[in-house]
Design a protein around this ligand. Structure first.
Ligand code: SAJ
Length: 434
């Protein structure tokens, strides 16, 4: 199937790179977002998200004349839906006392509804948003069929998950294997043809619900694996073992690859997606549920550790280094580091946070330091929350001159404890009893 023009619904972390990549590969793309500010920003030649290389690709796409943006869709050969699927605010499910979060599918529903007036015979619609299993079949197809056209025969319908890693989106978009789940084999074939425009990785056709489940299985597996690493950290502290050493030794086994403990799991994917399984099958997901509980509980564990390391937290001046949800990104969404800061403050600590990737971030209830120096200047203690390269490379002898603080808690094993000790710091580490 040949595609001259496509419409991408949603211009966020996934939609904008995807729209731009199609455009730079010769397809006319209309990027659509309901947020008029985003459209204005892009029309001014600016971008609203930070992702390495994205600005260049968006500029190239717009300058080529192939990418235009609007708040409304138009007729096209294919429609891609890449809108967010967050949680419902303040609404929870309950299964035998286990409270679980619920997906808010409003954006998927309204983006799908917006396509209906423009849908024509022979079109392709692809859902990319991470969604609970059966969303394509049970939610998207019936909405699109309000057009009077039949999904799978009059138009093609697919689910194709996005699997790119924030920080490496543009490369992974092209190189990663791409799963195309069709409502029918013909739908999958149409989706396959579309993504072949720029995907160099393998493109595999399957059915829509399998593709939905593949995506959720990937992120759930990672969440469960991080949860066990976090539980190992707690066990190591109990038994007087250095969890980092133990993990390194266990990973010498050819079939073991234990991930890293830390202050918890953040971001918009791994801490969210497992709930889509729990919500749709709470009776079948005790392990997935408990892994979420372990990872969500990790900021509390860090605060307990901070009490052991720093003593009474009341009035304690703490320099918190890093607020991003993971190393070397500027994304603060669902970040466990911010949760730790809030919890420390609840205990009476005076926290100044320094996030080099977003120094001017406006985080409600968090005092952001204006510089690394300002965070350290009057501190009693230093708490390392994110393994950013620039933190890893700090020279402890130099840091010792910048701060009166001599207590350090490293939650991500970034620092060589012996080196920091000899520079005069009393070093505590997550997953190590002291
Ligand atoms: N984390 C740990 N320990 C580890 C690894 C990660 O505590 O050993 C934490 C990170 O600090 C972070 C969180 O987990 O808070 C998630 O980070 P991540 O790098 O594991 O994943 P994301 O959320 O940035 O991206 C994931 C990726 N999925 C998988 O690796 C299976 C990516 O490929 C997906 O496209 C993305 O989710 C998504 O959009 O779903």
């Amino acid at each position: 199937m040949k595609f001259n023009k496509i419409c991408v619904m949603g211009l966020g972390y996934i939609g904008l790179p995807t729209a731009s990549t199609f455009a730079t590969n010769g397809i006319k793309v209309l990027g659509v977002d309901v947020n008029a500010n985003i459209i204005q920003t892009l029309q001014k030649g600016d971008i609203h998200i930070h992702e390495p290389g994205l600005r260049t690709v968006v500029e190239a796409a717009i300058n080529s004349g192939n990418l235009t943006v609007s708040t409304r869709p138009e007729e096209a050969d294919a429609f891609l839906i890449a809108v967010p699927t967050p949680f419902c605010d303040g609404e929870f499910g309950d299964y035998e006392g286990r409270k679980y979060k619920l997906a808010d599918m409003t954006a998927v529903k309204s983006a799908t509804e917006a396509i209906v007036p423009y849908l024509r015979k022979g079109n392709l619609v692809v859902l990319e948003s991470t969604s609970p299993p059966r969303t394509t079949v049970d939610l998207v197809a019936p909405i699109l069929e309000k057009s009077g056209l039949k999904a799978g025969s009059d138009f093609f319908l697919c689910y194709s998950p996005e699997r790119v890693l924030p920080g490496q989106i543009l490369r992974e978009l092209i190189e990663n294997a791409r799963v195309i789940g069709g409502l029918t084999p013909e739908s999958a074939k149409a989706g396959h043809d579309l993504y072949a425009t720029f995907v160099h990785g393998q493109i595999i056709d399957t059915d829509a619900t399998t593709a939905e489940m593949v995506k959720l299985m990937e992120n759930t597996t990672r969440d469960v694996n991080i949860a066990i690493a976090n539980e190992f950290a707690r066990l190591a502290e109990k038994f007087g073992v250095d969890v980092w050493e133990a993990i390194q030794l266990a990973n010498l086994h050819p079939r073991i690859n234990i991930l890293s403990p830390g202050p918890g799991v953040g971001g918009h994917c791994i801490s969210v997606d497992p709930w889509f399984f729990v919500e749709t099958a709470p009776e079948l997901t005790p392990l997935i549920y408990n892994a979420r509980a372990v990872n969500d509980g990790q900021p509390h564990f860090v605060v307990e550790k901070a009490k052991q390391a720093f003593g009474d937290l009341k009035g304690k001046k703490i320099a918190a280094l890093g607020l991003a949800y993971k190393p070397d990104v500027d994304d603060l969404r669902e970040s466990p580091a911010t949760e730790v800061v809030h919890l420390l403050q609840k205990q009476g600590a005076q926290v100044k946070a320094w996030e080099p990737f977003k120094p001017t971030a406006n985080m409600p209830g968090i005092e952001m330091a204006s510089s690394f120096d300002a965070a350290l200047k009057d501190a009693d203690a230093i708490l390392l929350l994110v393994n950013h390269t620039e933190f890893r490379e700090l020279e402890p002898t130099q840091v010792a001159q910048q701060t009166p603080a001599r207590l350090v808690l490293d939650t991500v094993n970034a620092w060589d404890a012996a080196k920091w000790q000899s520079a005069g710091f009393n070093v505590f580490r997550l997953g190590v009893r002291k």
